[in-house]
Structure formats: structure tokens, C-alpha cells
Design a protein around this ligand. Structure first.
Ligand SMILES: [Ca+2]
Ligand SMILES: [Ca+2]
Ligand SMILES: [Ca+2]
Length: 232
């Protein structure tokens, strides 16, 4: 009798554990859709990550209102992909130690806009790489440790900031946010605007070490900040 009782308890304990693991996996996950970068939408010889015209229609990504030719506007794609990132765990190693965290699908703050834009067919990696080739002076190269030839170049907030500043896409002290804006809290932290409201508040997706996993914050009060505004 006692044995059956213990069995019942351990079986229900096991169920609880399974339920918790299931909930954890549902709520928190990694980003594993690397084909966003490694894929090749127009099937030319350039992967999406470094293709200046991802859909191959002759219109450069930032001038193309539907850069991946999926029938949805860039803004729609950016917003829906950013929402899909909600729950992705933050990389506590911040890309360090051979990017173990990144390989497990963990992300850092700038990955939110980086992935969301890439999903829309606009690769920030490509924009930064091409800009660096033309204007290395836009960037703080830190004695050669911060160039496209070094591993973490495309995942540094300050490089996206410097790209935007050097290309007329930085709005200093923006008085209102717009959907798609990359919001700079500093040269080391950025978030993404995915919605705006008539009352002046906005919706944001952000990843940060303090929050552990990527979050969506709704109706946030706007504070004047610098933003990268890439979309029209
Ligand atoms: Ca291509
Ligand atoms: Ca195009
Ligand atoms: Ca699209």
C-alpha cells in the first residue's frame, strides 16, 4: 500500500517536472533560424547576410519597401520577427568564449534589431561591412580589434550607432519614436521599437542581462534618445 502511495507521489512529481520543463521551453528558447543569415533568397552567389539586394530585384535593401519579396512590408516583417524573439534567452557571455552562448541560440541586445531586420531582408551586417569598406573612419577600430575581420564586429551596439551616424540615418535626440527605430540607450545598449500609440507611448522589444530573456514592453513612456531610423 505504502509502495503504491510513493509511486503515485513520484509519478505526479515527475508530471510536474515535465510540465515545468515544457513551460520553460515554451516560454524561453534560443534563436536557431540561422538561414535568415546563411540562406540565399535570390539564389545568387551571395548569402543573405552580405547581400545588398537580398531579393535580387535590382533595388537595394534600404530602398526596397519589401526587401525579401514576401509580400509584406519591411516594417511588418521587422515587427513580426521581433515578436518571435520574445522569450529568447540573453547570452551571459555576450558572444565571448568562442560564442558558445550564440551557438546555443542566446542573443545580445543588438541581435534583436539585427535579426528582425535580417528577417525582413535587410542585413545590418551587410550595411556595416560595405560602409566599413568605404569609410573605415566611421568606426572606432580599437587598434584593429574592432573591424569586420574580427568576430564580434556586427554584434556591437556602437558599430550600428557609428554606421547610422556616418550615413545620415541617426536621429539625434528623437522627440518621437517610429516603428523600426533602433533606440540607443548608450553606445552599449539598444532596443527596437515595434509599435507606437497616439498617447505618445510605444512598444519595445529588448534583450538585456538584467532581464535574462527577451521581452516585449507595451505602452512604454518615450524618453528622448538617439535612434537609428533605417526605414521610411
Ligand atoms: Ca543572395
Ligand atoms: Ca531588392
Ligand atoms: Ca517583406
Amino acid at each position: 500500500m505504502k509502495k503504491i502511495h510513493i509511486f503515485a507521489i513520484s509519478a505526479s512529481a515527475l508530471l510536474v517536472v515535465f510540465a515545468l520543463v515544457g513551460l520553460f521551453l515554451y516560454q524561453f528558447h534560443g534563436f536557431h533560424d540561422q538561414k535568415v543569415f546563411s540562406g540565399n533568397i535570390d539564389q545568387d552567389h551571395i548569402s543573405n547576410e552580405f547581400d545588398a539586394d537580398t531579393d535580387g530585384d535590382g533595388v537595394a535593401n534600404l530602398k526596397d519597401s519589401d526587401a525579401n519579396e514576401n509580400g509584406k512590408s519591411n516594417k511588418q516583417d521587422v515587427v513580426s520577427e521581433a515578436k518571435r524573439l520574445v522569450g529568447v534567452l540573453y547570452d551571459p557571455l555576450k558572444g565571448g568564449h568562442g560564442n558558445i552562448g550564440g551557438k546555443m541560440g542566446f542573443i545580445v541586445c543588438i541581435d534583436v534589431p539585427r535579426i528582425a531586420y535580417a528577417d525582413a531582408g535587410i542585413s545590418l551586417d551587410q550595411l556595416l561591412k560595405a560602409d566599413y569598406a568605404r569609410h573605415p573612419g566611421h568606426y572606432e577600430t580599437q587598434g584593429g580589434t574592432n573591424t569586420p575581420a574580427t568576430p564580434y564586429f556586427y554584434r556591437r551596439v556602437r558599430n550600428v550607432y557609428d554606421y547610422a551616424r556616418g550615413n545620415g540615418q541617426l536621429v539625434r535626440h528623437a522627440s518621437t519614436p517610429k516603428v523600426g527605430d533602433i533606440v540607443f540607450y548608450s553606445r552599449y545598449h539598444a532596443t527596437l521599437v515595434i509599435g507606437t500609440h497616439k498617447d505618445g507611448t510605444y512598444d519595445e522589444v529588448s534583450a538585456s542581462p538584467k532581464k535574462i530573456y527577451t521581452r516585449e514592453t507595451l505602452h512604454k513612456k518615450w524618453k528622448i534618445r538617439d535612434v537609428a531610423r533605417l526605414l521610411n
